[in-house]
Design a protein around this ligand. Structure first.
Ligand SMILES: [Ca+2]
Length: 162
């Protein structure tokens, strides 16, 4: 049974989490140099560990989404944005809708290019969100969506002037 104190606690946790997303989203939106252009896309490393869902909400609030990796070139570029303190980053793929069917959150299409570490994904229903490891050739692993990691947002350049 869930007590009212627990419900209130969860309500405040959620509220605080949404406020921090809003504040961080605002400070990111006002920073002009944070988006890095590559081809016809822009990427941003957010140096603030969050759950996968909160990370996706934040990317969404600034007109983007957690990054899609469509080919080796994009993988190498995103890897180059990461490093010592950002060894592990969330990427925008999940199999939370259908176990074992990994899709990019950008368009819910299945992955064509993949760079899974040998034996990955291996966490079944406990691992529904995608991480890349800088110090491991940016190989991919599945992990629990509620762990907190830094992440890469992506947005399209096409309709932007800045
Ligand atoms: Ca899974």
């Amino acid at each position: 049974m869930i007590s009212s104190a627990m419900m209130a606690n969860s309500f405040w946790m959620k509220t605080v989490s949404l406020i921090s997303i809003f504040v961080l989203g605002n400070s990111i939106t006002t920073g002009h140099c944070l988006w890095v252009k590559f081809k016809n896309k822009q990427y941003m490393l957010v140096d603030e560990p969050m759950t996968w869902m909160d990370a996706q909400s934040l990317c969404n609030s600034i007109d983007g989404f957690l990054a899609t990796v469509s080919n080796e070139e994009e993988m190498r570029f995103i890897k180059s944005m990461t490093g010592v303190s950002t060894n592990i980053v969330w990427l925008g793929a999940t199999d939370m809708f259908t176990e074992g069917r990994w899709v990019w959150i950008e368009d819910l299409k299945p992955m064509s290019y993949t760079t899974w570490y040998p034996g990955q994904p291996n966490n079944g229903k406990k691992g529904n969100c995608l991480i890349g490891y800088h110090y491991n050739e940016f190989y991919w692993h599945d992990t629990g969506c509620y762990s907190k990691n830094r992440f890469i947002c992506q947005r399209s350049v096409k309709r932007r002037k800045n």
